[in-house]
Design a protein around this ligand. Structure first.
Ligand code: NAD
Length: 416
């Protein structure tokens, strides 16, 4: 039977409800956490290149700021809607809490198709969005960042617009900026690096030697390509990678750097010399020790979960595993490092960027990477220990740790 497609906001509400039940929290905790503290919907008029004015819908959701100012990316996409933004904001609260960052969660979006817009139109839209949300954001209130179809250049325009409005440079308003404008060293590879740190810990706990271990990476984009390179540096064998156009499979192992160069030239990994193609399902269910989904949501489902042969799944992507698939994987003894832990390296280095901006003191890439490792390992250990102690899935343990932290902060603040 096909799984019912759940609204992402309902999925995260259920995850939080279950964690509250498992922890036996005061009912007020769920009552407060089930909705964002604030949502804003704005209309942004933009002068288009042909001289006409077009209005775009924009959103910002701030879920919970008990642990600190809220933080979360801005997505430019034609299909965004408020419930998706609310769900993403809630996930950010728990991602930050599981890592122990002094942040709550937020998310923003503009309903637009950036692929059909000129650079000038995107710049005017970005500046207009920042003006429209400027009253509720700020380095001590809510700090945006890039997400799907937004990038360092867009962050630079937004930081510039906010700085003009405040009549001084406020680089700490946004993270994911270009290096020259207060960006952090190591941000590009941070999500993959964080994911690999958690895989290393998981392999140690399960007694798997990563030197020579077979690794499959689904989605060879930013997160996936860096993850493949970092795993190869540990001596693992990258036996398959894919993207939306096809796969590159080679049981003897692929050179991720060469695959990256090939994809830069051809637009896909498919056809990489010495490799063969495979379907997305074949890639996900290939015989391997480590599977890294780094593409989209809902990839491992009730339809293919039973065929997954990996021993460890490191969720670089957000939401790659459906709740039903999660149950099947747990029953089959597959250790899933959940997205809110496995891909939290991105927001962690965003936190480092904000700290550097506030101090006007910049760190080397080595400093960034070693601090990231310390934080990822500590969070992994805390989640893994709870998974063993309470006999719950890693995902449930991650939510329990995160909800417990937010609940404790709300309690000492007198909200409960
Ligand atoms: P990206 O656009 O750089 O890469 C995505 C890749 O997935 C592309 O290569 C694309 O071709 C591939 N893909 C798309 N559909 C596919 C399919 N059906 N089968 C196989 N491959 C497919 O994006 P990214 O920044 O690497 O993000 C990937 C995932 O990681 C997303 O879920 C994102 O939310 C998550 N994530 C990314 C970051 C980050 O810092 N980049 C941080 C946290 C989470």
């Amino acid at each position: 039977m096909a799984e019912k497609t759940l609204n992402p906001f309902e999925i995260v509400q259920k995850q939080v409800f279950d964690a509250c039940q498992a922890l036996g929290t005061d009912p007020a905790v769920y009552e407060i956490l089930k909705e964002p503290q604030r949502t804003l919907e704005v209309s942004i008029p933009v002068r288009m290149d042909d001289g006409s004015i077009k209005s775009f819908l924009g959103y910002r959701a701030q879920h919970n700021d008990a642990l600190g100012p809220t933080k979360g990316g801005i997505r430019f996409h034609p299909n965004v809607y408020m419930d998706e933004v609310k769900a993403l904001a809630m996930w950010m609260t728990f991602k930050c809490a599981v890592l122990g960052l002094p942040y709550g969660g937020a998310k923003g979006a503009v309903k637009c198709d950036p692929k059909s817009m000129s650079q000038g139109e995107i710049e005017r839209l970005s500046r207009g969005y920042m003006r429209a949300i400027s009253q509720i954001v700020g380095p001590e209130k809510d700090i945006p960042a890039p997400d799907v179809y937004t990038n360092p250049q867009i962050m630079a325009w937004m930081a510039d617009e906010f700085s003009k409005m405040r009549e001084k440079n406020v680089f700490g308003i946004i993270t994911g900026k270009p290096l020259i404008m207060g960006g952090s060293a190591g941000r590009n590879s941070a999500t993959a690096r964080g994911c690999v740190f958690t895989i290393v810990q998981a392999a140690k706990r399960l007694g798997i030697d990563l030197n020579g271990a077979r690794v499959v990476v689904q989605g060879f984009g930013n997160a996936g390509s860096f993850a493949a390179e970092l795993m190869a540096q540990l001596g693992s064998k990258i036996i398959a990678v894919n993207d939306s156009k096809g796969a590159a499979v080679n049981p003897k192992g692929l050179d991720p750097k060469a695959v990256k160069e090939f994809k830069a030239k051809t637009g896909t990994v498919k056809g990489f010399p010495g490799s063969c193609d495979a379907s997305n399902d074949e890639v996900l269910t290939m015989d391997c020790e480590i599977l890294i989904p780094a593409a989209l949501e809902n990839q491992i489902t009730s339809q293919n979960a039973a065929q997954v042969k990996a021993k460890i799944i490191g969720e670089a992507a957000n939401g790659p595993t459906t709740p039903e698939a999660d149950e099947i994987l747990a029953k089959n003894g597959v250790l899933v490092i959940p997205d809110i832990l496995a891909n939290a390296g991105g927001v962690t280095v965003s936190y480092f960027e904000w700290v550097q901006n506030l101090q006007n003191f910049y760190w080397t890439e080595e400093e960034v990477n070693s601090r990231l490792e310390r934080m990822m390992v500590a969070a992994f250990d805390a989640v893994y220990d709870m998974h063993v102690e309470k006999k719950v899935k890693m995902r449930d343990a991650a939510y329990m740790r995160a909800v417990a932290r937010v609940a404790e902060a709300m309690k000492v603040r007198g909200w409960l």
